[in-house]
Design a protein around this ligand. Structure first.
Ligand SMILES: [Zn+2]
Length: 310
């Protein structure tokens, strides 16, 4: 059981001429076929999340609206978010990818996992598509982990360069899901100020580390070591999920951060170590952003190395 579970899914989600495009998966696929990974990755086929599973996070009306919207040709759901005829099924598989790998991990078939899925998820709100996202893949997996596998406390670490508004809002008043985000700020989508810390019973379970443009490996590492690790003293996680966007990469065309391939590897190692120490190594990561194909290849390579070698 030394393998890392891998899902690559979403080639048929056609967005036309758009930065969030299927070529991103091709770049990741290329990395996964490198000889160094050949005996370490177990490729899994994602199942589709059911409407019931999606409805733990999204309004049923909204799920129906996405299905209907995808019946036309390529068109925009909002200024950023494109859909086409295969997008509803692909979005259900993107959300189901996390469930597939989690089941495999809990059955002892894989030690951890990486879900390279599109469409991405962390901007999707309860009742609204946003920022290239239709369903909130990581939030659906967190809820499934609690409901199906009795993993009570879930830590979500979001290092995508954009703040994960959808994920934060889903769990804002929930003491059982800790949401930690490092992001460029101010920047899209505008949320993620340091004073957004949760509400009611969820107070203190949201921790935002907004950083100005130019943030490098050191700034990201410090955020994890100085802010996240101490916060875990009062929140023993049973599962760690990562919103692994790679758009804080220094080559990314949509943002202004300076994280290197090695920086992404270093952050992964830290979280793998945290998972080993606190929750039996249970850790799954989800692709979110990352729009430089060369940047994606380098960063994903270091991410996978850290997942398989720790
Ligand atoms: Zn992003």
């Amino acid at each position: 059981m030394n393998e890392t579970g891998l899902i690559i899914s979403g080639y048929h989600h056609d967005t036309g001429v758009h930065p969030e495009r299927a070529d991103r998966l091709g770049a990741i696929e290329e990395v996964c076929h490198l000889p160094e990974f050949s005996s370490h990755l177990l490729r899994l086929e994602p199942r589709s999340a059911t409407v019931e599973e999606l409805a733990r996070v999204h309004d049923r009306d909204y799920i129906c609206r996405v299905e209907e919207a995808c019946r036309g040709g390529i068109h925009a759901l909002d200024p950023d978010t494109m859909v086409s005829s295969a997008s509803y099924e692909e979005a259900r598989r993107a959300a189901g990818g996390g469930l597939t790998v989690l089941d495999a991990m809990m059955a002892g078939r894989v030690r951890n996992g990486f879900c390279a899925v599109r469409p991405p998820g962390h901007h999707a709100e309860r009742d609204r598509a946003m920022g290239f996202c239709l369903f909130n893949n990581i939030a659906v997996t967190a809820r499934y982990a609690q409901a199906r596998h009795n993993l009570k406390n879930v830590l979500i670490v979001d290092w995508d360069v954009h703040h994960g508004n959808g994920t934060q809002n889903t769990f804002y008043a929930d003491p059982t899901v800790f949401y930690f985000s490092i992001h460029q700020y101010p920047h899209y989508p505008g949320s993620g100020a340091a004073d957004q810390t949760g509400r009611g019973e969820g107070e203190g379970r949201t921790l935002n580390v907004p950083l100005p443009a130019g943030g490098d490996d050191k700034a990201y590492r410090e955020a994890l070591v100085d802010r996240l690790i101490p916060a875990m003293e009062s929140f023993p996680p049973d599962l760690i999920l990562i919103s692994a966007g790679f758009d804080a990469h220094r080559d990314d065309p949509l943002a202004g951060m300076m994280v290197t391939d090695e920086g992404f590897g270093g952050m992964t190692k830290l979280l793998v170590a945290l998972a080993e120490e606190r929750c039996g190594g249970r850790l799954l990561s989800f692709l979110e952003g990352g729009y430089s194909l060369e940047g994606l290849k380098g960063a994903v390579r270091m991410h996978l190395r850290a997942l398989i070698r720790n």
